[in-house]
Design a protein around this ligand. Structure first.
Ligand code: NAI
Length: 308
């Protein structure tokens, strides 16, 4: 297996580090436009191989896409991150140009690659990647809900006093502070609904804290987070390269599923060797459906900015 990560910044490097430690690829290429950055970080990571005991071969490249040739999976993290007080939406103009250009270059050398889009605003960047490449829809996966669901599990674990890894919980909809929908009604701990353990007040607090999870970290750190975003990207790579067929919320092209079309939005999907392989229909109630439709409206108006 060969995997490329475009963007050797905070998220890209963390994602690559996770991929290497888990030996998800024999060959891993880190590419960045900034002279020397990807080469330097690739060497730094390779110098952990003797200590950590992995044998993935990591190389870096300053914008030379021929080095990425024959990649099975490509993760796109290139673009500006948020600063405190910024929304993900404010990144649209700059990041659209970057994501489009990266997709073109990648496909010249890896026409069969599955593409995972992380750059923000991720729902719109995923839609752009799908439209601009014309690839089969299953090969374009946006990573946002995977991270938000992991943050949701963290918030639940704080109230339940359990490990986040023992929880099943999904966040669907857009990857934005006001567009994501933590589905607390479906969340379980040891197969028991978490709502059995939590007061209404606690449930509201958990949902609210999940929705501002990214913004809270941006305020604390001064820029957007990278450990969980990088790990979430690597988790999707793992499910693809090992054909695990795990269930994750990912941003994918909807053609009538969940009542929406001509949009990429976060829904539960099975991730395997063909990319996203199946959309799973959680039966949303009327209230959840309304939130999902509102989320779609917000993402759609962001997508419209691309057309102006
Ligand atoms: P960063 O600034 O640390 O890294 C971005 C890297 O992209 C830089 O090294 C830059 O040189 C590189 N880059 C810019 N233009 C490029 C091009 N044309 N080709 C190749 N490389 C290029 O930013 P960070 O924190 O790694 O975030 C990356 C992106 O991921 C941001 O847009 C951020 O908002 C987004 N993000 C998305 C998340 C999600 O859940 N979808 C979570 C966290 C961040």
């Amino acid at each position: 297996m060969k995997v490329t990560v475009v963007g050797a910044g905070a998220v890209g490097a963390t994602c690559a580090d996770n991929i290497a430690r888990k030996e998800l690829a024999q060959e891993l290429v880190l590419l960045d436009i900034k002279e020397g950055l990807a080469e330097g970080k690739a060497q730094d990571m390779m110098q952990t191989a003797a200590l950590l005991g992995f044998d993935t071969r990591i190389t870096g490249s300053t914008n030379d896409y021929s080095k990425t040739a024959g990649s099975d999976v490509v993760v796109i993290t290139s673009g500006l991150p948020r600063k405190p007080g910024m929304t993900r939406e404010e990144l649209i103009g700059t990041n659209a140009g970057i994501v489009k250009g990266v997709c073109e270059n990648i496909l010249k050398y890896s026409p069969d690659a599955i593409i995972i889009v992380i750059s923000n605003p991720m729902d719109t960047m995923t839609y752009l990647a799908l439209q601009s490449t014309g690839l089969p829809k299953n090969r374009i996966i946006g990573m946002g809900g995977t991270l938000d669901s992991s943050r949701f599990k963290y918030q639940l674990s704080q109230h339940l006093g359990c490990s986040p890894a023992d929880l099943n919980a999904l966040v669907v909809g857009g990857h934005g502070d006001t567009t994501m929908i933590p589905l607390i009604r479906f969340a379980t701990w040891n197969s028991i609904p978490v709502t059995d353990y939590l007061t209404e007040e606690q449930q509201k607090q958990i949902v609210a804290d999940t929705m501002v999870g990214g913004a809270t970290l941006t305020k604390l750190i001064g820029t957007s987070a990278w450990y969980a975003p990088g790990a979430a990207g690597a988790a999707l790579v793992e499910s693809i390269v090992r054909d695990e067929k795990k269930l994750f919320t990912c941003c994918v092209s909807l053609e009538g599923e969940y009542g929406q079309s001509d949009i990429c939005l976060g829904v539960p999907v099975v991730i395997g060797k063909n990319g996203w392989e199946k959309i799973v229909d959680f039966k949303l109630n009327d209230e959840e459906k309304e939130l999902f439709n509102k989320s779609a409206d917000a993402v759609r108006s962001m997508n419209d900015v691309l057309k102006t």
